[in-house]
Design a protein around this ligand. Structure first.
Ligand code: NAP
Length: 288
């Protein structure tokens, strides 16, 4: 029951109706018997500054930020952690007595999933990354900082891939290359790669028959293929990669681990991962 003492956490984005974060965090609060509540708010672009001020004024304890505000929100915070600054995006805010501190838990979420669920250590590995948006940036910086041997970035807009590659090279010193979505070049890189990360919305509901321009029949068996999409649970890319003998994972692991780190930053308590994952899976299976 919500009382005068209930601590409020929030999600700001546009849209927010599709998000499974409220189900994930409220299940965790309930399981741990915490007097806390997580509420989604649709915040349009022109309302972001007012919404962030409201966090201070109304004493909201923590906020998740989603599309389209992850970059612009940085302008309204008091402090941004080094990792979020490198990535250039914040997805988690904690309110410390009116001071708002920004973090990015997406990269950590991907790494924690990669290590614990896929059993993959990125150090000295060759990685192909498709996409150069917010999620791709978080994944790219995290893998580079973890000692990846080479990251090749392919993106629909090649200039965005080149900007990201340049930043990675300058700040982390990683071996990087960038290009547009050229299927021959992607094939050639994949022949040498250990991991393919798909970080574009191609194939996401309702466009389930889309996939990035790759020749999945040429994928080598044993290649690890991670699609950050979790709706549908198995994208066309993953279905085809599985047929070629690849190990495949969807985006649920990253989603749950990024949420778990946000939960821990806010509450100082270990997140009940199994409860959060079960809540997410139930919501996605039931399609809300
Ligand atoms: P974003 O910042 O909007 O970036 C989207 C990227 O995908 C851009 O590089 C864009 O290329 C490219 N793109 C967009 N539509 C495309 C298409 N039809 N074909 C090929 N490329 C396309 O989005 P984001 O936040 O990075 O999200 C990317 C994906 O990751 C989404 O599917 C999202 O659901 C997923 N995601 C998952 C998690 C998780 O926890 N599992 C977390 C965050 C995001 P241009 O540069 O040309 O525009």
């Amino acid at each position: 029951m919500i009382t005068g003492k209930t601590k409020i956490y929030a999600l700001f984005g546009d849209p927010v109706t599709h998000s499974v974060s409220p189900v994930m965090h409220n299940s965790a609060f309930e399981f741990l018997g915490m007097d806390c509540c997580y509420v989604p708010f649709r915040v349009q672009n022109n309302g972001l500054q007012a919404a962030i001020n409201a966090v201070r004024v109304m004493g909201i304890k923590g906020v998740n930020i989603t599309i389209p505000h992850k970059k612009s929100v940085i302008n309204y915070l008091d402090e941004v952690d080094r990792n979020a600054e490198l990535i250039g995006a914040v997805n988690t805010i904690v309110n410390k007595n009116g001071r708002l501190l920004g973090y990015n838990t997406d990269g950590y979420g991907f790494l924690a999933f990669l290590r614990s669920e896929a059993g993959f250590d990125p150090q000295h590995k060759r990685i192909v990354l498709i996409g150069a948006g917010g999620a791709a940036r978080a994944v790219a910086f995290t893998l580079a900082l973890e000692g990846a041997e080479k990251i090749t970035i392919f993106n629909r807009s090649p200039d965005k891939a080149e900007i990201l590659a340049d930043e990675l090279y300058r700040t982390v010193g990683c071996d990087v290359e960038a290009d547009g979505l050229n299927s021959d070049l992607i094939d050639a890189e994949l022949a040498l790669a250990d991991l393919l990360v798909h970080a574009s919305p191609a194939g996401m509901f309702p466009n389930c028959e889309e996939r990035p321009p790759v020749n999945t029949e040429k994928f080598k068996g044993g290649l690890l293929v991670c699609d950050l999409i979790y709706n549908p649970l198995k994208t066309r890319l993953l279905r085809e990669a599985e047929k070629s003998g690849c190990r495949i994972f969807n985006g649920i692991g990253m989603l749950v681990f990024q949420g778990a780190l946000a939960f821990e930053i806010w509450t100082g308590q270990p997140a009940p991962l199994h409860i959060m994952r079960a809540a997410v899976e139930k919501a996605l299976f039931n399609n809300f």
